[in-house]
Design a protein. Sequence first.
Length: 439
Amino acid sequence: MTAQGSPQTGNNLDPWYHHYAERAAGLRASEVRALFAVASRPEVVSLAGGMPFVAALPPDLVINAMGRVMREQGPTALQYGSGQGVPVLREQILEVMALEGIRAHADDVVVTTGSQHALELVSKLFLDPGDVVLSEGPSYVTAMVIFKSYQAEVDHVPMDEHGLIPEALREHILSVRAAGKSIKFLYTIPNFHNPAGVTLSWARRVEILEICRRNDILVLEDNPYGLLYFDQPAPDAMRSLEQDGVVYLGTFSKTLAPGFRVGWALAPHAIREKLVLANEAAVLSPSSFSQLVISEYLSSADWKGQINTFRGVYHERKNALLSALDEYLPELTWTNPNGGFYVWVTLPDRLDSKAMLPRAVKELVAYTPGTAFFADGDGRQNMRLSFCYPTPEHIRIGIRRLATVIRDELDLLDTFAGTGSLNPLRENSRFSSPPPDIS
Ligand SMILES: Cc1ncc(COP(=O)(O)O)c(C=O)c1O
């Protein structure tokens, strides 16, 4: 059967193929998705996903909060709520944001179904086909999926170990405008960047805000990881410096648990009004139950202590990852994040992280190829390694397997290049005889 009985409208796999809106063309499963399905098998060490280690959250903290909510506010928790979110939770969100220097009013907070949904709503409000979103290169993959689904173009501004480079931002603004295109906002992840792991310095925060102010560009500051620092806190949020030109996104996904699906946007007043209307149109109201449980958790549990626990867990895992890289893959380069979940690795330039992934999965280790984080196919020489979920021991095993994969890949390239020469990694004694796999 084809759509409307017409044999020409569909294809063999999807009879509705020609009926989709143009914007649905941006919604394509990535080529590595099937591999990730395999990578979720327990024997694979996955350094690919960004799943928080929720097992570090004592279940009683959640069970107690849920019980109290149901006993004391059951009918409200099970009912529809306000499109803007539960007022008491919006007040508590102010306390969370105050930890990163933000002073705001609860009226300007909109609770969303995770910060992912806030990204969707902001995009819906601002993006027309052909508009440009400036973002770091690389950038958060699922934000780019949304931007593309609104038929916007992503223009990547380079970054270095101090985050987005202001001078490059100036140049990109000029060149995008010279091409007659409209820039709708700068999407940035200033803290413990996903995927790059770097943090935007304070001086650059000030400078970038000034550039955006002068050029009339809204800043979309996405900050899921800011409170998960290791040695020292990140600089205060960009929103702490600028109220009118920043939409700030926060979430409870990484500091509590993503299963609640509760995040928020803090927006200038006029944008906030439109966000509430868009939120209502999309979901009527964010989950009353989740919001009340989180509110109860924030008022009765030691949430700051719990964030400290998470910090300790992730810090230990980051150290395990970096020391394994030092030991097994010393010739590669990588970022050293002071928080968050991710390390960005640069491979020898002959390697292609995307092409190498099937071999890695076969060797029971998974990573995310750098190409996933660029809108333009860049990133073949990079990979993102996540240290949030596997234990330190598994991280070591995973890196040891990865070392074998990289060595074999370089050998293969050498063989086909006809040089027969040993690759530089192979010449390293630690590398050339990886210890036996203990798993
Ligand atoms: C940079 C960034 N933004 C937003 C999100 C979405 O988080 P959530 O919708 O769970 O709040 C994530 C999740 O990994 C992320 O890494």
